[in-house]
Design a protein around this ligand. Structure first.
Ligand code: MN
Length: 294
């Protein structure tokens, strides 16, 4: 029996929340498809990134954004819970593949950084480049007795995709074996120190690099920010970038076609809301810039 009218009170008085930027758009009518990956099973220091998707959504609902109408975004929910890193990667890969084959752009709320192995691989195989904002290189071969975790994902990605064009921005310190490996793989590295000393030149370096790409997958590890601005991350590193620097860098990167985006490593258990707030804001910055050009 049809009883739609009878249950109108559900729509009138109740809502399912939070939803990223309060979006109520459907998958079909949207260009950007956002989903969360509440996964932190390979954590090496402070667990809690699995709680980030909900906190970033909550933050996004309470920031005053200037122009939302141009951003056609659907929030389709979170990945079902798993503690298996291989199953998490398989599912992210499948979801991103479906979104891309529908001509849409995946936007992912982490969770730990490992998920980028699946999503960036899928997107960059189409011919674009990868840009990572991160305090760390994530190029270790193994860590704490496993080869598939949040400190090794980028090395695994490069093993699967030899000719990947990529840049890492905001790195603090790294051991020489990792920087040698990065050099061998022709990864461009823009360290946080250099950005702070030569800001204008660094922005130009980002701009020049972006101009060589036709499409970009952007991965933002929130520990690229200084811990003073973003205490809520799993592995904080001293002397990081400021939010206005990251905003400008994201604007430069998203001046070309965005193939995919993730924001990872927010840890609400060590946050008073700042880190989630900036995570939501950087996604908005990326999408607002990109909505105009595509
Ligand atoms: Mn990191």
């Amino acid at each position: 029996m049809y009883n739609g009218m009878k249950n109108d009170w559900i729509k009138l008085y109740l809502c399912k929340k939070p939803s990223f930027m309060s979006s109520e758009r459907s998958y079909e009518e949207s260009k950007f498809i956002l989903f969360g990956v509440p996964f932190d099973a390979t954590v090496s220091f402070r667990p809690g990134a699995r709680f980030a998707p909900m906190e970033i959504r909550r933050a996004s609902e309470n920031i005053e954004f200037s122009s939302l109408s141009g951003i056609r975004l659907a929030d389709v929910g979170d990945l079902s819970l798993t503690n298996s890193v291989t199953w998490m990667l398989k599912r992210v890969s499948r979801i991103v593949g479906e979104i891309l084959s529908d001509g849409k752009t995946p936007i992912i709320l982490g969770g730990e950084h490992t998920l980028t192995l699946a999503s960036a691989l899928k997107v960059c195989k189409r011919g674009g480049g990868l840009i990572v904002l991160d305090a760390h290189l994530d190029l270790r071969d193994e860590f704490m007795d496993t080869r598939l975790n949040h400190t090794t994902w980028l090395r695994r990605l490069l093993e699967r995709f030899e000719d990947l064009k990529m840049m890492i921005i905001g790195v603090r310190e790294a051991s020489s074996d990792l920087t040698d490996y990065a050099e061998k793989k022709r990864i461009k590295i823009l360290k946080a120190n250099r950005i702070m000393k030569e800001y204008v030149g660094s922005i130009k370096a980002v701009k020049d690099y972006v101009s060589t790409l036709n499409e970009v997958y952007l991965s933002i590890d929130m520990d690229v920010l200084d811990p003073a601005y973003a205490p809520g991350v799993s592995n904080p590193e001293p002397c990081g970038l400021s939010p206005t620097m990251v905003r400008e860098i994201v604007e430069e990167i998203c001046s070309i076609k965005l193939g995919g985006l993730d924001v990872v490593e927010v840890n609400p258990l060590f946050d008073f809301g700042q880190t989630s707030c900036y995570a939501a804001y950087f996604i908005y910055t990326a999408l607002a810039g990109n909505a105009k050009i595509s």
